[in-house]
Design a protein around this ligand. Structure first.
Ligand code: ZN
Ligand code: FE
Length: 268
């Protein structure tokens, strides 16, 4: 569950933006890094209210709801912007690609960069330690709780490979995705896997969290492996459900993944 207690000296806090975005704020002492600030106002409000100093902006991809606040936040002064090397961003001081490391001792932050093309062509993710919390994954719009990003600039093959990269990370990794899409993802996921008991239990739990106004993220990667159909394109039940949905036998793996993505795109 999201830590919203800004009175603690260190932690990762979710700042709500727009309808359903989360801007993740990594805080250590008075220093803060934010991930994907789509708008500046809610970030400025938190900084002012708690007397914090914005030191760093981490970007995962170029979409407006992730970078829209960059210029206004940079105007605060000494803010360093990290982002994907191959995307056009409002501003970037440190262009990153796979294998690069973001090491910021003042934020107890040590993150490795992964290339995860699919949602956008140059999308990156960050994995490692932030505010002393480890392991954490900031995956933008690549992986969601029981969902994944739409394929705006990539092929199913690319996204499948990107998600496989994330699946290889430690299972305890906390998944800090950029949107609260969980309940609508779960409505679809339960259609795909009506007999997945973990999934049904999670749907009830997530509904209760939202009922109380709480976030459903971050989740753990090992949990996603059990309840996220997009990470289960090799599971026989999922392959069978997809085959039935498209009306012909579908191969496990990327073919099943591509059909899942198309199914979800059309799901209302
Ligand atoms: Zn996006
Ligand atoms: Fe987004």
């Amino acid at each position: 569950m999201m830590d919203t207690d800004y009175t603690t000296a260190a932690g990762i806090h979710g700042i709500k933006a727009f309808q359903d975005n989360y801007i993740w704020a990594i805080r250590h002492g008075a220093a803060v890094a934010v991930v994907d600030p789509g708008e500046a106002a809610p970030v400025l409000e938190i900084l002012r209210r708690h007397h914090l100093h914005l030191a760093v902006i981490l970007l995962t991809h170029h979409h407006r709801d992730h970078v829209g606040g960059v210029d206004e936040l940079r105007a605060l002064g000494d803010v360093k912007v990290y982002g994907p090397a191959s995307e056009t961003l409002p501003h970037c001081d440190v262009p990153l690609r796979e294998g690069d490391r973001v090491l910021l001792p003042e934020l107890e932050l040590d993150l490795r960069v992964l290339d995860v093309p699919g949602h956008t062509a140059g999308h990156i993710a960050y994995h490692g330690t932030a505010a002393g919390i480890s392991p954490v994954l900031f995956c933008g719009d690549t992986l969601f709780a029981s969902g994944c990003g739409r394929l705006f600039e990539g092929t199913p093959e690319q996204m499948y490979r990107s998600l496989a990269k994330l699946m290889a990370l430690p299972g305890q990794s906390r998944v800090y995705c950029a949107h609260e899409y969980t309940l609508s993802n779960l409505r679809w996921a339960c259609t795909v896997e009506p007999n997945n008991a973990d999934l049904s239990a999670w749907q009830r739990q997530a509904a209760a969290l939202r009922e109380r106004g709480d976030a459903t993220v971050p989740t753990r990667l090992e949990h996603e492996l059990a309840v996220n159909p997009f990470l289960r394109a090799g599971v026989p039940d999922v392959v069978a459900a997809v085959s039935q949905h498209v009306g012909r036998p579908v191969q496990p793996g990327v073919e099943t993944f591509g059909a899942l993505r198309a199914w979800k795109d059309d799901f209302r």
